[in-house]
Unconditional design. Structure first.
Length: 277
């Protein structure tokens, strides 16, 4: 797909105008992302805000350079690299701040695929991974540490999604107390924070640094598992009333499913704990 206008030809001016267009478009994406979590409980990490502002400024610089001068190989390569790095930032934000927030994730998916489209238009090869849970993302020479890293990253994605699945039941949402709502919101943000911390670890990653994140991950998982068990018990810790709560069987099946998964994580964590001494 190494073409711009479906004719198989690409004049210097056409390429210049194409890059200007996508600079402006990407600047719009940046502006949107900086305000996207307003009105939600999602947490946009300060580092992500800083990086978004950086990308907005860099896209603006390229746009100005192209409008003032002709297209050069240096500007073309700068834009291609900038767009590639922008994709990587969006991939991180997708799993480290917006998991459990379907509308926000849908928006960022949209921006990712547009940026990948730009790569296709310019004939730039996109990175093959669409997820960050890959050996390439965590290139440790120690395979044990790589396993620990990826286990936490994967299960934190799942853990961040689970509270929103519970809250998606109107019957459950209307029956629970303020503490339960706040706890579920915080659990989503806590799991997102685990992944943010993981990918922010200085390379090469030291076992002690990984252990610190692991200890918090284990505690978050255990606390959420205990909460799920209280849901099954119709506990006053979760519900407004102490009387028996009647929720759809499909809801309790979903709770059982989550309990099984987070119990598995506890078992995985026991093994990891023996490794990270």
């Amino acid at each position: 797909m190494n073409f711009i206008n479906c004719t198989g030809t690409a004049s210097a001016n056409l390429l210049k105008q194409t890059i200007i267009f996508w600079c402006e478009n990407s600047m719009g994406h940046v502006a949107s992302l900086l305000r996207l979590n307003n009105g939600t409980t999602a947490v946009l990490q300060p580092l992500f805000k800083e990086k978004l502002k950086f990308f907005g400024e860099e896209f603006l610089k390229i746009k100005k350079a192209l409008k003032e001068n002709g297209l050069s190989n240096a500007v073309y390569n700068n834009f291609a690299m900038l767009n590639q790095n922008f994709i990587y930032l969006l991939e991180r934000m997708k799993f480290e701040g917006f998991v459990g927030y379907p509308v926000l994730q849908q928006t960022i998916f949209h921006y990712i695929y547009e940026a990948r489209y730009v790569n296709a238009v310019l004939g730039v090869k996109s990175r093959p991974e669409n997820l960050l849970i890959t050996l390439q993302f965590a290139p440790f020479y120690n395979r044990v540490l790589n396993c620990v890293y990826n286990q936490m990253y994967f299960w934190s994605i799942i853990g961040a999604m689970h509270p929103s699945l519970l809250l998606g039941s109107n019957a459950f949402y209307n029956a629970i107390n303020g503490y339960a709502k706040e706890f579920l919101t915080q659990t989503t943000n806590n799991f997102n924070l685990i992944n943010y911390r993981l990918s922010s670890l200085k390379r090469p990653i030291k076992e002690a640094a990984l252990r610190e994140v692991f200890n918090d991950f284990s505690q978050i998982n255990l606390e959420f598992l205990e909460f799920l068990q209280h849901v099954k018990q119709n506990s006053i810790r979760v519900f407004v009333s102490s009387t028996a709560i009647k929720l759809p069987q499909s809801f309790y099946s979903g709770v059982d499913h989550q309990i099984a998964e987070h119990t598995l994580v506890c078992e995985i964590n026991k093994n990891i704990g023996k490794t990270l001494k």
